[in-house]
Ligand binder design. Sequence first.
Ligand code: GDP
Length: 185
Amino acid sequence: MSMGDSFDEECDYLFKAVLVGDSAVGKSNLLSRFARDQFQLDSKPTIGVEFAYRNIRVGDKLIKAQIWDTAGQERFRAITSSYYRGALGALLVYDITRKTTFENIRKWLHELREYGNSDMVIVLVGNKSDLSNTAREVNIEDGQSLAQLEGLSFLETSARENLNVEEAFLQMINKIHETISQKSL
Ligand code: GDP
């Protein structure tokens, strides 16, 4: 999405949030769903960070969320601290049909905590829930208990079926808004 008109629109808050997780867990499809309500069945790895904006109204405030996507850089372990810098929130994504992507969540969490804001809002997301009956490798309870242990919110989503995608992003955004408004009291 270009910075175009919507960037110039008046907003009360502008903040950055990031998508993290292993390759092919569905990060860019989640972002296209949220930003444009489109699903690309195949996505090409591109070089450089990509991001999308979306305006959300929370109460009487207009929030502009700038959401960064790794654009495939994680394949080359090329994500640097600048990716995380200044981010107030993160969607930490794994694929419920690939256990290794869940096992790697701890590694991503470590990076988020090392490079990100100390009070970053993190939502753990188990994507591809549409494949739950046929290819599930990670139980929903495992996601829930990891989230509980680490103090994260948790949801299972399907970018393909557009299930819980809006909810995942909005949970993060609402929590960020709470954090910001508490600070500015
Ligand atoms: P990224 O590398 O994490 O950004 O992952 P992508 O968004 O490129 O998705 C990787 C692959 O998983 C693509 O082939 C998508 O079509 C597929 N995919 C993404 N989300 C879903 C989903 O919710 N359900 C299913 N079944 N496939 C998905």
